[in-house]
Design a binder for this molecule. Structure first.
Ligand code: ATP
Ligand code: MG
Length: 345
């Protein structure tokens, strides 16, 4: 590595998501994007990290007794602190330029509903991973910045981030949160809904990876116009006789399976609208609602939300990396956006 690289900072912004972790390095952009999964080798009660990220995700649901694949984040918060810390350390080391003399400053986004204990735990993990300073930013603010919304203007903006673990609905004005609501419904809940539908209606057992693949290929928030929609063939295990079997699944069936989580997301948006002060609500009628997060890619979720709210709904560009880009922008423009970063609570 050139001697010059020592002059660049490795300050970074991290979107520590339930499903995916992204790392943005100052001056360079997003340089890491991996599933939030850690796989351990377990021997004599001792755990040794075997793989982190993409490689570990491939092992989920497919591990023999000696290997354990863990998702440390559940429902948008840290469910397993030690594993989360392992993962953060691994990713920071992976992107940190060792030629840089100084320890990096790290900004991490946290769900709006994170408790003080959870915030402290994230800060501690980042510091023990070798950061010089650890700042936190609220996820809805990061999402809105990443989606290019004018969050510092005296006007109401509504952003709905549909992640793996949670959906966060927020109304922002003058760079701060006026109203926010976090519901524990997101991509994971949709996968679970597909799993339980198949179990109930088809006597078929499928794992999380299969359910996720069904959702991302033919998942839809509304019934298909032709009544049935696209068809996929899926494999799983027959509950009745225990052997593998293959069935056909239609888009209409998947839409039926997803109806409940989709309705819960719509309800959260309706509640946010009802709780928004009238002048800001008027701004939202003018400007519409911005969707971010991987769940915004669910087929017709924008149409379903438009039907229920009557508002214009847009899906952010690069919806899966919006939060990381917004957190990164807060790092790049720290002077202007200083008030959205919290260094010491
Ligand atoms: N095309 C798609 N259709 C539906 N869902 C999708 C699609 N692509 C990705 N997803 C889902 O998006 C979710 C991941 O989104 P994202 O990376 O925004 O979550 P996260 O930031 O890790 O989670 P959180 O913000 O809740 O902590 C996963 O549940 C994934 O299955
Ligand atoms: Mg997220």
């Amino acid at each position: 590595m050139s001697i010059l690289s020592g002059l660049f900072s490795s300050d970074m912004a991290i979107d520590l998501g339930t499903a995916n972790t992204l790392v943005y390095v100052k001056g360079r952009g997003i340089i890491l994007n991996e599933p939030s999964v850690v796989a351990y080798h377990v021997k004599d009660g001792k755990k040794q990290v075997l793989a982190v990220g993409e490689d570990a995700k491939l092992m989920l649901g497919r591990t023999p007794g000696s290997i354990e694949a863990i998702r440390p984040m559940r429902d948008g918060v840290i469910a397993d602190f030690d594993t989360a810390e392992e993962m953060i350390k691994h990713f920071i080391r992976k992107v940190h330029r060792r030629t840089t003399f100084s320890k990096p400053k790290v900004i991490v986004c946290v769900p709006h509903g994170a408790t003080p204990v959870e915030k402290r735990a994230i800060r501690q993990s980042v510091l023990s991973a070798g950061a010089r300073r650890a700042g936190l930013i609220a996820e809805p603010i990061a999402a809105a910045i990443g989606a290019g919304m004018p969050i510092t203007d005296p006007t109401g903006s509504m952003v709905v981030d549909i992640g793996g673990g949670t959906t966060e609905v927020a109304v922002l004005s003058l760079g701060d949160i006026v109203y926010a609501r976090s519901v524990r419904v997101g991509g994971d809940r949709m996968d679970e809904a597909i799993i339980s539908y198949l179990r109930r209606q088809q006597n078929l057992l499928v794992g999380e990876s299969t359910a996720e693949r069904i959702k991302t290929t033919i998942g839809s928030a509304r019934m298909p116009a032709d009544g049935r929609g696209a068809i996929v063939r899926i494999r799983g295990r027959d509950i009745l006789n225990g052997v593998p079997k293959e069935i056909e699944l239609s888009q209409a069936q998947v839409a039926e399976a997803l109806a409940e989580p989709v309705q819960q997301i719509c309800d959260a948006v309706m509640q946010a609208l009802e709780a928004t002060p009238p002048d800001l609500a008027a701004d939202i009628v003018d400007r519409g609602v911005m969707l971010t997060g991987g769940g915004a890619l669910l087929g017709d979720i924008d149409l379903a939300l438009r039907e229920q709210t009557g508002l214009a709904i847009s899906v952010a560009d690069q919806t899966l990396s919006c939060v990381a880009l917004g957190t990164g922008r807060a790092l790049e423009y720290e002077k202007q956006l200083r008030h959205v970063i919290d260094y010491d609570s």
